[in-house]
Design a protein around this ligand. Structure first.
Ligand SMILES: Nc1ncnc2c1ncn2[C@@H]1O[C@H](COP(=O)(O)OP(=O)(O)OP(=O)(O)O)[C@@H](O)[C@H]1O
Ligand SMILES: [Mg+2]
Length: 369
């Protein structure tokens, strides 16, 4: 990786522009707003949406680029982090060098460009994880600062912002679909059945478990399959997938060598007025209380870490049972992005309950770090 220092690769003028844009105010949108805005896409609404993104995306991207320059413990100088910073600066430059969007032709070109930006940033999460790992290697095990809170908080902000940027781009691009699937407004499904999504996500997690262990516990889902509410199915899929994967692994590891049949993982979907709550319960032995404060950090995993220096991230198939320590913190960010939350309750010696709360009202603004 031949990432270079800032001024070797980027002009002074660009860096100054990044700082100027990074100090402007971000504008958050809500699920409901995105849904209402995109419900009848026309050339005019697409134009307005593109004009909004033309202004909003550089602000959000500039903020992250600036933050990437001043991370604690020398994290900013790690080659993987420099690479991520370059992706952000390239995208900022692309956006800023795009002229004012005046008509449908401009709009289509702009859409093409932000689609490319989304692809450029596909591997930000494993690349940053690699950067943190590079940092960890600098410290001899005993000298690693126990309190890496600053880094975890930075990563929370950074990934939360990324979720927002990808949602906005994805939503805008999807609104161009001339034949959208029924009841879909871009990424949003106006009649999403959480039970159905939970079923698909569970099947996906189960097949990975089967691949890795040769067997997998049963998964039982309780709840009304006909109940629906507006949400982003890909987000819910990701969260349930991660939680079920954790449960399957815990149960599998605990019962692999036992004579007893592995107890099923149970998923309960409750439709409240304010929240839809999905509880994922397992009898996988729980998490020790001393480990609980760490589970939402980006370094806590009891699995073997699959990332290493020689790995080719571009062609890496990121789906494994466990190993990054990213499943829980990232899932919680997705939940919070639309005003929900994720809680983990453990009974050591018995099992774990994960409570995934999703806000039903859809009117909470994106949290903007
Ligand atoms: N249901 C569970 N039962 C027991 N331990 C759990 C459970 N869920 C999480 N854990 C513990 O918390 C740790 C962190 O979970 P997390 O999903 O964030 O990362 P991971 O599963 O190790 O790796 P990945 O990033 O691939 O998900 C796990 O390694 C495991 O030790
Ligand atoms: Mg996990």
């Amino acid at each position: 990786m031949a990432a270079k220092k800032l001024y070797e690769t980027f002009s002074k003028a660009l860096i100054e522009e990044v700082h100027r844009w990074g100090s402007l105010k971000q504008t958050g949108v809500s699920l409901r707003y995105m849904m209402e805005f995109g419900s009848t896409p026309s050339d005019r609404t697409l134009l307005i949406s593109a004009q909004f993104l033309h202004k909003e995306l550089p602000i959000r991207i500039a903020r992250r680029a600036i933050e990437l320059e001043s991370l604690p413990y020398g994290l900013s100088d790690k080659s993987a982090v420099l690479k991520v910073r370059d992706w952000y600066l390239d995208s900022f430059r692309d956006l800023r060098s795009f002229p004012e969007i005046k008509d449908t032709v401009d709009e289509l070109n702009f859409t093409q460009m932000i689609k490319m930006i989304k692809v450029r940033h596909n591997n930000v999460v494993p690349m940053m994880a690699l950067g943190v790992q590079q940092l960890k290697k600098d410290f001899k095990p005993k000298t690693l600062p126990t309190n890496l809170d600053e880094i975890h908080q930075f990563l929370d902000r950074f990934y939360m912002s990324r979720i927002g940027i990808r949602m906005l781009i994805g939503q805008h691009v999807a609104l161009h679909d001339p034949n959208p699937p029924p009841d879909c407004v871009g990424y949003i499904h106006t009649k999403m059945s959480p039970v159905e999504v939970a079923r698909h996500a569970s099947e996906d997690a189960r097949s990975i478990c089967l691949r890795e262990y040769g067997s997998a516990p049963q998964i039982d889902i309780y709840g009304d399959p006909s109940f629906t509410f507006p949400y982003v199915p890909s987000h819910l899929h990701l969260m349930v997938f991660e939680l079920v994967k954790n449960s399957l692994r815990a149960v599998q590891e605990r019962f692999m060598d036992s004579d007893r049949v592995a107890p099923p993982v149970r998923i309960i979907v409750a439709d409240g007025i304010e929240d839809v709550t999905i509880k994922i319960s397992d009898e996988g032995g729980g998490i020790p209380r001393s480990g609980l404060p760490k589970i939402f950090t980006y370094l806590y995993s009891t699995a073997q870490n699959p990332l290493n220096e020689n790995l080719d991230i571009e062609s890496y198939d990121a789906v494994t049972m466990a190993g990054y320590g990213y499943g829980l913190p990232i899932s919680r960010l997705y939940a919070r992005y639309f005003g929900g939350d994720l809680q983990i309750i453990s009974m050591e010696g018995y099992g774990t309950d994960a409570y995934l709360h999703l806000s039903r009202l859809g009117d909470s603004q994106e949290p903007l770090p």
